[in-house]
Design a protein around this ligand. Sequence first.
Ligand SMILES: [Zn+2]
Length: 214
Amino acid sequence: MLILRDGGGIQFDDGRSKSFEELLSEADPEDELIQPYPTGPQSYGTPAVNFDPGRFRCAALFKKMYGANAKEVESHLTTVPWLPHSAHLFIRITRVNGVDRQLEAVSAELDQLPPEDKKYVLKPGGTFSWRPIAGSDQLSAHSFGIAIDIDPAYSDYWRWNTSDDHGKLIPYKNRIPHRSVEIFERHGFIWGGKWYHYDTMHFEYRPELLQPGN
Ligand SMILES: [Zn+2]
């Protein structure tokens, strides 16, 4: 049992063994950790089929931490500068769990990158948006104010490269430099570019997947 600050609890492990689809829609907190998120120079290969570390999210736990509806999540949002020396933008992100401070640290480091690496992050696609994941009824990590999409113009997304033939492997594509991914990871954000169902502009705050030793 996970005990929450408000005294409520969430069952850590429901004991069920789940199909891939069930992991996406009915994950318990234990399921969130069953695929270890890879880091380091060897972690950028083509992901194996259905290797999606971080896509199994326990909705009840996210709602408890970050807010159960759009209004609750919004009440925890704050504004942080995004690349203050080059992009001159402000973005909205949650204060819960100190995510705003971590993203501000990411922003300061990205701001120091050379122009050829910086261009991928200068025009972010968005942060908070209470919405389901495309083609699903599961809430996106953007709903909780813990995610950021960098520039969609340089992004690759598995749905854009999938044929109607479901027997076919999804071809992997990525244009985002590893150097920026490592900056996000150092501050607790995982990258959607390490998923079989990849989304290379997507980063979300999931420090539980980035424990030392991974
Ligand atoms: Zn995203």
